[in-house]
Design a protein around this ligand. Structure first.
Ligand code: ZN
Length: 323
């Protein structure tokens, strides 16, 4: 604690000791498209101001956590055949991963607390008052990101919903790692169509093919049914699209109340800003399994969740699912 305070006292508004230069500079390369997207943000123009100070504090704490993870991870390679990442106590005495690990997040609510699906339209928020956060992560363009998110779940106990596009090889490449978490319910899989078209532009037979093929892929590959949750690509759906989806049993178009805005490459700082803004009680937050920056800010995401005493949940943790 003393050392922490000393380091914190040295921590200024502009640099993180030992790590500060890496985080801000390594992801500055953006295409004009990305630059335009970030430039529209009210947060990206300056690193100064109270919000930036708070963010710098998070970044600093995250850097400490990341250093811990890196250190423990390195030790594991040498001496410990068991996966051990966030946990630092001996494996024989304390669980090293999952919901009982020392640094684990809060467990989900009891099964008896599940509520009926509201029905009658798209789902974009968890109903009622509470402390729940549904982080839902989509696509799977990058196999390394799918792997990192899955490891993140193993390390912290965070509960996630992945909306899968079966077209990406990440879903078969990471099957062995992902399957046990899917089986245990810590990671839930939802249907995001086979290859991510805007369904509102397609004729009915192609809408059906997109949803049906992905449904078959999930059943064949993971042995699970994803019904009734599906997410229309780009959030675009209408009555005709919904009717085709419902024919397959996908009766709940699942949208979101906030987004990490990382469907394209954005900075790590901006992702943390978005988490700070949208990780609120009863929210459904959208993220993406497409680009690396989010995988560098897991400690900051965990810190926000912990600070706010949020319980991460899958959709099946929240809703009674009769399908
Ligand atoms: Zn998507």
């Amino acid at each position: 604690m003393v050392r922490f305070a000393a380091v914190a006292a040295e921590f200024g508004n502009t640099r993180i000791p030992g790590t500060g230069s890496r985080v801000p500079t390594s992801h500055r390369k953006r295409t004009p498209k990305h630059r335009a997207g970030v430039a529209s943000s009210p947060f990206s123009a300056s690193d100064r101001g109270p919000a930036a100070s708070e963010l710098n504090r998070r970044r600093f704490l995250g850097a400490l956590a990341a250093a811990t993870v890196a250190g423990v991870g390195a030790a594991r390679l040498v001496v410990d055949p068991q996966p051990r990442t966030f946990a630092q106590a001996p494996a024989a005495r304390v669980a090293t991963s999952g919901p009982t690990a020392p640094s684990a997040l809060l467990p989900p609510p009891p099964l008896g607390a599940r509520v009926p699906l509201p029905g009658g339209g798209a789902l974009s928020k968890i109903p009622g008052q509470g402390d729940l956060l549904a982080l839902t992560v989509d696509d799977g363009v990058n196999s390394e990101v799918v792997r990192a998110y899955t490891q993140f779940a193993k390390d912290t106990g965070i509960r996630l919903t992945f909306f899968v596009n079966g077209v990406y090889k990440s879903w078969t490449e990471n099957l062995d790692m992902l399957r046990p978490l899917v089986d245990s319910g810590q990671i839930q899989l939802g249907n995001h169509t086979w290859s991510h078209p805007d369904l509102t532009t397609l004729p009915k037979d192609q809408i059906a093919q997109q949803i049906g093929r992905n449904d078959q892929f999930l059943k064949k590959t993971y042995g699970i049914g994803a019904k009734p949750f599906w997410r229309p690509p780009y959030g675009k759906h209408n009555a005709a699209v919904d009717a085709v989806a419902a024919d397959f049993g996908y009766t709940v178009p699942t949208l979101w109340s906030g987004s990490l805005s990382d469907s394209t490459v954005i900075t790590e700082d901006y992702i943390v800003q978005m988490a700070d803004k949208y990780f609120t009680p009863q929210s459904i937050v959208l993220g993406h399994l497409n680009h690396q920056p989010v995988t560098h800010v897991y400690p900051q995401l965990v810190e926000i969740i912990r600070d706010r005493d949020l319980r991460t949940v899958t959709l099946n943790d929240v809703f009674l699912n009769n399908t």
